[in-house]
Design a protein around this ligand. Sequence first.
Ligand code: EPZ
Length: 410
Amino acid sequence: MNGNIAISGSKNAALPLLAAALLADEPMTLNNVPRLQDIYAFNNVLRVVGAQVQFQDIENRVIIDPSNVNYLEAPYDLVRKMRASFYMLGALVGKHGYAKVSMPGGCAWGPRPVDLHLKGMEAMGITITLDKGYVIAKAGSSVPGGRYRLEPSSVGATINLLLAAVLRAESFTIGNAAKEPDVVQLCNVLNKMGANISGVGSDTLSIKKAQKLSGGTFENDPDRIEAGTFMIAAAMLPESSLRLIGCNAQHLGNFPQLLRQTGAKVNVEGEVISVQAPEILQPVSITTEIYPGFPTDLQAQWATMLSQANGNSTVTDTVYFDRFSYVPELSRLGANIKLKHNTAYIQGPTLLEGASVMSTDLRASVSLVLAGMAAKNTSEILRVYHLDRGYESLEDKLNAIGAKLTRAQE
Ligand code: EPZ
């Protein structure tokens, strides 16, 4: 694989900003928003509550006008499709003092609790009641606030508590807050809108109540997980050399350094990350951690690469203990990978043979694409709608650098 890939805007960074638009008194314009199913789904949730949402696909621009929001509920049939819709709870109760939002479903790899979101809001003084699968949050004109420590640290809970607190809580502190770039971007945008958040980028966020938030135009971060995925592709596919354009290497934490340990050449020059495959791919074991540790969203892709490494290695996920539904599918392609609790034991290198395999979730599905590109013969990957949730124009980007991906008409 050789050539350049332009990195799209980040899905996980854009979603909290779309929710934050509901907190403003004027329209918000967001640039660099990827054309993805999850973004379309979130835009529909915003429309259900009464916001005007215009997605100018070609320019990757979304304009949200929240001034007519009048329906403070997010229904089950929308929230179950996309877990991040649960951010509507913080945005609606934060802006309007009331919200009724469906509990999110689980996902392919297991339960995804929201207990921290709810306990944190209660600690703030918001009244939370559960009613037939819905969460009802009431905050009156304001709540006293206080402090709440997240255990474990949670990206979603940090985001939801920020959305609830900035206009509603007199003074609120989040302990053990997530420091992912998605959270930092949300804090910076909220502060530019008029919020009063201190400790941005640290694991302690303190919020003082703001009277109002203005709209504005903001540029969404590039997608660090998409960049990491293509960096792994370049390292695992022999003789590859890729240049990823429009990245922010700071958002990848210790990932580039770890990738260098495989023997891959990784060079960062401003917004361009170049990766060249090594002669012999060295096995490098990893354990996922919260930012700036190894991201759980790159764990499946890394394990796939290790099937091609010259030796044995392990992948352990401490964020999601059961995020290994891709393992049996990789085995079908010939990988030598055994699972014990939340660790995958991988022996390499193994010659992968094309086969039909099943995508189970967003990151597992892209890992199967990488495996298919490394395998002999042709692989068929089913349920690729998972891919369309998180990777903009994946076939075009990979075929432009020498892959042979075709989408069968279902
Ligand atoms: C976000 O999910 C991302 N999703 C996930 O990316 C990502 O894997 C995850 O953060 C971790 O980085 C979006 O940004 C839309 P968490 P989130 O709350 O917020 C436990 C992808 O592939 N927890 O940080 O749901 C939880 O079980 C997606 O793009 C509680 O116990 O993740 C997990 O073990 C998949 N109680 C840990 O915290 C709670 O109330 C971290 O989860 C909330 C979370």
